[in-house]
Design a protein around this ligand. Structure first.
Ligand code: ARG
Length: 242
């Protein structure tokens, strides 16, 4: 066998053994960015949220255990290309671009976008995000794409974690933040000086992201379908007041 065939064969074997490992392992390691209440966040040092519960439910339905690694949102999607995690559950919006690069599960939650601002200086419409306005959003998110497209005159500031943006807003270092609406509600509930407005409805929803050709996607989809049918998904939404 010449070295080229040998290299190709061992590559294929490596790939197959990787798939088998993922399928046969009794753990699914989920990457997430735990800065997004009520979906993924820390409370008294404990990782909590709708996505965390859903990951446990999906994994256990597949006969596995869920484990988590808290990374930045962008970092989690990048890490999915390697072997340290097998999935990302982190309010990942299922976009056409992401569907090209990853296997996305069925959507489990419909999203919309909102601006968050100091009550004394509202930015309640897309039009208000005009030239010179400092708008922050999280790196690598659909908000980044939306601001670039819909508010291209505004000053876009990209940050890694959401609490940083909220702190910057409260300190008047920026004018407003763009996040998912549920997220905006949660931040405003915890910060009485802030308010929010819904600025865009999207057709997209949140999905679990897997590597391309992941052997885990079908099982996850079957689990989500089951939870839709038997009411468990609704119960989970009610638990997190969504
Ligand atoms: N839904 C948006 C997206 O998919 C933002 C997700 C940010 N999630 C987080 N846990 N920080 O781009």
């Amino acid at each position: 066998m010449n070295w080229k065939i040998c290299a190709i064969l061992s590559g294929v074997m490596l790939l197959l053994s990787g798939c088998k490992d993922e399928k046969s392992s009794d753990v699914i390691k989920f990457g997430l960015s735990a800065d997004y209440p009520p979906f993924e966040y820390y409370e008294n040092g404990e990782l909590k949220g709708f996505d965390v519960d859903l990951a446990h439910m999906v994994a256990s339905e597949m006969g596995k255990k869920a484990e988590f690694e808290d990374m930045g949102f962008n970092a989690a999607l990048v890490a999915l290309n390697g072997d340290s995690i097998q999935a990302v559950i982190s309010t990942v919006t299922s976009t056409p671009e992401r569907r090209k690069n990853y296997d996305l599960s069925k959507c489990y939650y419909a999203e919309s976008l909102a601006t968050v601002y100091n009550k004394k200086e509202p930015y309640a419409t897309t039009g208000a995000l005009s030239k010179g306005v400092n708008v922050a959003c999280q790196l690598g998110t659909t908000m980044e794409l939306w601001v670039k497209k819909q508010a291209s005159d505004a000053n876009l500031i990209l940050m890694d974690k959401n609490p940083e943006m909220i702190e910057a807003l409260k300190a008047d270092q920026i004018d407003c933040v763009v996040v998912d609406t549920v997220q905006a509600k949660a931040f405003c509930a915890n910060n009485p000086g802030l308010s929010y407005s819904v600025v865009a409805q999207t057709d997209e929803g949140y999905a679990i992201a897997f590597k391309k050709q992941s052997p885990l996607k079908d099982g996850a989809n079957a689990a989500i379908k089951k939870f839709e049918k038997n009411g468990d998904l609704e119960k989970l939404k009610a638990k997190w007041q969504l």
